[in-house]
Design a protein around this ligand. Sequence first.
Ligand code: FAD
Length: 417
Amino acid sequence: MSKPLEDLKVLIVGAGFAGLTAAIECRKRGATVILFDSASSRRQLGDIISFGSNSGRIFRSWPGVEEKLDPICHHSDGLVFRAFDDDYLTTQKWGAEADWGKRFNGHRGEIHEIVWDHAVDIGVEIRLGSKVTEYFETDTEAGVVVKGEKISADVVLAGDGVRSTARTIVLGFEDKPKSSGYAVYRSWMPTDKLKEDPLTAWLADPTIDHHVGWLGPDVHFLVATLQKGTACSWVLTHKDEADVEESWSAPGYIEDAVKAVEGWAPIVHAIIRATPEDSLVDWKLVFRDPLPTWISPKRRIALMGDAAHPFLPTSIQGASQSMEDGVTAAICLERAGKANVQEGIQAYEKIRYERVHAVQHTGVTNRDNWHKADFDYVKKNPESVKLPRQDWVLNFDCSTHAYDVYDETVKSLREQP
Ligand SMILES: Cc1cc2nc3c(=O)[nH]c(=O)nc-3n(C[C@H](O)[C@H](O)[C@H](O)COP(=O)(O)OP(=O)(O)OC[C@H]3O[C@@H](n4cnc5c(N)ncnc54)[C@H](O)[C@@H]3O)c2cc1C
């Protein structure tokens, strides 16, 4: 049976979750897809990453992927909130959103590997060690330059992350990041040392995963255990005015992390001190103003994921939104067809733009709800620390939405002066 994109050639830059999702979704519609990544080899990088129900449904639509994700992901029925002195505040149960669909939280590298394997299985060509150094486009084609070689296609989808160079091409100027005033110490570690300390041994529970958040003035510390009590991941978000540098591999130091929670409960210190220093990362959180556009002048190159819209982790939506981009771009290309790629790319931007910016903003409101809280108030009103879980964000099917609104979106684009 013929597929709608069999005559389309798509180049994708960046094998993160935006790039892999776009690649899978274009390939399953028949397109020829080449995916370039600058990394020289596939490595399991990162630590904990969260996918809400809105992107969980995308994983579940890919045959065999959910079954592989289940055993490596975190499974708890709620997030326990405690104050910095370890006073119990409240528990946020996820039961109320059960019918929104499954969430997947786990090691970024492990989840990434499963999605990567699926992309390769369905025929996506992935070229590693392939840093894209230039982009070009005409009215009839678009392409990239890799190691001096010019490669052309019908369209280029660029998901090259927070330090995107594609963004500069699309905008025509370099969009500098700004410090958000916060940074995150993060770690993924085995639980061996936690087991040795009576204060922390309960976390390494083989029968149930734990998810606990300790909150204090302008700092929050979240801990999750998974994989039958053998793995633990924690993130400590704190004030940081240091120079802006985005990196998933900048080393962090235990003493610095301990200093950020001075005066906090002994259990918090014990978890940090049980962390092997070589597993600690210091990640600066940056902001970028919303880009005026995600698409190139001739509308054959489009930005996706963090390249188009970096998220604060407190939105818990960065990876999910990058996947929604990938699905939406593929559907718009399907509906547009090879002859109307440029219209499809315009529709992709229009369908995604406002939703993404609204979700991005939740990162700031969620963070401020925890960091700016008055703890006398919080102790009297513990429910106030619960994360808002919005139906419009999480109970959302980006695929159905794109099919539903494509025609009206194109109509409104055609009517624009
Ligand atoms: C190494 C790494 C570790 C991460 N760890 C975590 C984590 O632990 N927790 C978390 O929540 N988020 C993590 N993230 C970020 C998270 O994956 C993204 O915020 C989110 O999933 C959106 O993904 P993305 O595809 O837009 O960008 P990314 O995931 O950043 O992917 C961008 C990809 O583009 C490639 N690339 C960049 N420039 C070029 C170029 N010129 N040519 C070719 N390829 C290029 C990069 O190698 C990378 O693979 C990590 C990202 C990276 C790259």
